[in-house]
Structure formats: structure tokens, C-alpha cells
Design a protein around this ligand. Sequence first.
Ligand code: RP5
Length: 169
Amino acid sequence: MSKPVVGIIMGSQSDLKIMKEAAEFLEELEVPFELTVVSAHRTPQRMADYASSARGRGLKVIIAGAGGAAHLPGMVASFTTLPVIGVPIKSSNSIDGWDSVLSILQMPSGVPVATVALNGARNAGILAAQILGAESKPLAKKLEAFKTSLRKKVEESFRNIEKKGWKEA
Ligand code: RP5
């Protein structure tokens, strides 16, 4: 198996049901990744070690998901120069999800986290692949095929509605 180039981490195993969508997309595109639990609050030293060793271990992008007081993506970004994609998760300790979104989104100047939508782990996987695809022609080709499939799906739906009428479609 090839060495992981994407690190998918999350604050708790309870985030896995959302975060696995990033893993599924990367698996579809045959992008090697690793996936584990790293908690900013409960295992701060593990978080610091993970983030500071990431580049040296061959990772090129980190996807970090967390809910509630979601400090993992931002703190990971503070320990590495790799791009970090943050996935806000509506978790058991979230008020309504805005807490997770804002914790990840509102980073101080100089320490960016590319934040996707609430529970948007699939988009995080897609964005990670696109970052890697900037330097990889074979991956860019797969992404083009993926985007074509999105376009075709919409074309199919509007043709269906236009043909049958909105009541019958
Ligand atoms: C966050 O707290 C985790 O990322 C998770 O979304 C949330 C709840 O964690 P558990 O109490 O389910 O372990 O740090």
C-alpha cells in the first residue's frame, strides 16, 4: 500500500460517522490516507506530535473534524505549514452547529483553516484531492471525471423536469 498523503483526524470516535465521508471519497479516487482520533483537549500532546510530524511523515494535507468547542483544526494548523481543512461537526455537545462552524472558521490572521460546511466531510475529501490534483495529472483526470458526473446528473434532472413537467417529474 502507498504511503498516506492525507491525514484525516477527528476529535472523537463519535465524529467518525461524518468523517468517514472524506475517507470514502479519497478511497474512490485511490488517494492514500490515514485516519485516526486526535483530541485537542483530551490528548493535547498527541495533537502537537501529530501535527508537527505530519510533513516529515509524508502527509501533504490534513483534514480535521471536530464538534462543539472545535479547536482541533485550528490548533493543528498552528503546528504545521501543511494545508488544513476543517470540518465543523454537529455533535452531542453542539448547541446547534454554529458553535463548531465559528470555532473552526474564525481563525486569527496568519493561521488559516479552509473550513467546509457543517458536516461537510465529503467536500473536505474533495478539496484535499483537488489540492493534491494541482500537482498530479492522473488525479486531476479523476477529478475531471467526477465533476463531469456532477454535471451529467444535473443535466439529467433538468431534462427530466422539462420533458415531464414539474408535476410529473
Ligand atoms: C469534540 O467533542 C469532538 O470532536 C466531538 O465532536 C465532540 C463530542 O465528543 P464525545 O463526547 O462524543 O467524545 O471534541
